[in-house]
Design a binder for this molecule. Structure first.
Ligand code: PFF
Length: 445
């Protein structure tokens, strides 16, 4: 095991906040959140989502960061160090989850690179002829090309992780996150100034409580966990790189605020455009790769907006994928392997495991009724993440000594945390019970 002296860390608390927010802000925010909100009562969904993030998301994230910083190691070894061998499998399942998520996330990352480049080489012209669905299906059926772009995405992720926690992960997130905000701002301004944009804003923000069902609440819970990157060992290992003097409570609140704001803003970017051009708002996964190129084709300067849009997606995916690669890579490093070797080994393994996902949309490769890539997403989002996150809350709430936990959170009493009692109840009872609900109801094959 690497000793404390030689283990890497973030340069500052803000570096940690930006890197963890980078992990949280991803495809889940940009694509899935607006879609879910639009379908589930607009502002009513947003309201429920915010309550869930405030009560359960913040709690579960605080647990992960605390376990990471107390353990000072990757997920598996932190759990073992703090709770003994029987807790190690929880950490393992987190690391395995990051591994599987990255295997398919990189495939979608590859599609995004392809679309970003293709924005300049004919995508918009083809979309203008109403051929964007065809462009997408031709591309995903060409497995060789999909794997090629998946490899490029993995290579870029690996290059950043190779440079280390401070010089790779932290520095690159400090550059990419402001770029992401700038790209988003440009697209929002473009979208809300389109003629007819108001209809989209109304659709997105009208609080329609009649659409809220127990299913809606569960959808919001599931989305909250995925969006905050919980239960995958990624936030935990970032927590282990957090300086001991940093304020965990404030940091976690800031990360959750950034993540939720980006999710909210993503809706303001997508729905006005969808309505301005009379596209179906319920397009789901096809929205990004099929509907939106069609919309860009109808806008003046569509090529540029398309490129900015896919650049935004690329940055969001990349800041998430580096955290996903760091979770298993950090395990090998903690066991004495050089960062270069550890990164390369994990990159190659994850790339290979991702190949069935890459080829699955070409047809044929199914698990039950789902394509392989869908099945991998289902396994991680609906089973592995909620399970690991629930166990992490139970571990921190019931197994860690109260004085130690409080001392870690308040930096030995130097930080004021008046809601500690409330937080403890959330962590011990409410959050695990809520996660159990998502877990139980999410299990539909
Ligand atoms: N939070 C990311 C998103 O919203 O796309 C996905 C993710 C990243 C999940 C990192 C888990 C993780 F460890």
């Amino acid at each position: 095991m690497t000793d404390k002296q030689t283990r890497e860390s973030f340069g500052s608390r803000i570096g940690f906040v930006i890197a963890a927010a980078g992990s949280a802000v991803g495809l889940g925010n940009l694509w899935k959140f607006p879609y879910l909100a639009g379908m589930n009562g607009g502002a009513a969904f947003l309201f429920i989502y915010i309550v869930i993030i405030l009560c359960i998301g913040v709690t579960a994230m605080m647990c992960e960061v605390v376990v990471g910083r107390m353990g000072g190691l990757n997920a598996a070894d932190s759990f073992e160090k703090l709770g003994g061998k029987r807790w190690k499998p929880v950490g393992w399942s987190g690391i395995a989850c990051a591994f599987v998520i990255l295997s398919y996330y990189a495939v979608i990352g590859g599609w995004i690179i392809r679309y970003m480049l293709h924005s300049f080489t004919g995508l918009i012209e083809l979309a203008a002829q109403g051929k964007s669905a065809e462009v997408f299906s031709v591309f995903v059926s060409n497995s060789g090309e999909v794997i090629f772009y998946q490899a490029i995405f993995m290579a870029i992720t690996a290059a950043l992780v190779l440079m280390g926690v401070k010089n790779g992960i932290e520095k690159s997130c400090k550059i990419m996150m402001p770029m992401l905000f700038a790209a988003m701002l440009i697209l929002i301004v473009r979208a809300v100034t389109l003629p007819g944009a108001m209809e989209g804003i109304k659709f997105y923000l009208y609080p329609n409580f009649s659409k809220v069902t127990p299913q809606t609440v569960l959808a919001a819970l599931g989305q909250g966990f995925f969006s905050l990157s919980l239960g995958a060992g990624a936030i935990l290992i970032y927590g282990s790189y957090l300086p001991k003097t940093a304020n965990i409570i404030k940091s976690v609140r800031q990360i959750c605020l950034i993540d939720t704001s980006v999710a909210f803003l993503a809706g303001l970017m997508v729905f006005p455009a969808v309505f301005a051009f009379n596209a179906p708002p319920e397009a789901g996964p096809g929205l990004t790769f099929i509907t939106l190129p069609g919309l860009f084709a109808q806008m003046p300067g569509g090529m540029i907006f398309s490129a900015i849009f896919f650049l935004l997606f690329f940055l969001a995916a990349l800041t998430s994928s580096i955290s996903l690669l760091e979770a298993p890579t950090g395990y090998l490093i903690d066991h004495g392997m050089k960062r270069t070797h550890a990164t390369l080994i994990m990159t190659v393994l994850i790339f290979l495991v991702g190949i069935p996902s890459a080829v699955s949309l070409a047809g044929g490769l199914n698990v039950g009724s789902r394509s392989f890539i869908d099945a991998a997403g289902y396994l991680t989002d609906s089973i592995m993440m909620p399970l690991a996150s629930m166990l992490c809350c139970i571990f921190a709430g019931w197994s860690l000594k109260d004085e130690k936990l409080k001392a870690e959170l308040t930096n030995n009493g130097t930080i004021n945390f008046p809601t500690y009692g409330f937080w403890k109840i959330m962590m011990k009872v409410i959050a695990p019970a809520a996660i159990l609900c998502i877990f139980a109801t999410g299990l539909k094959w």
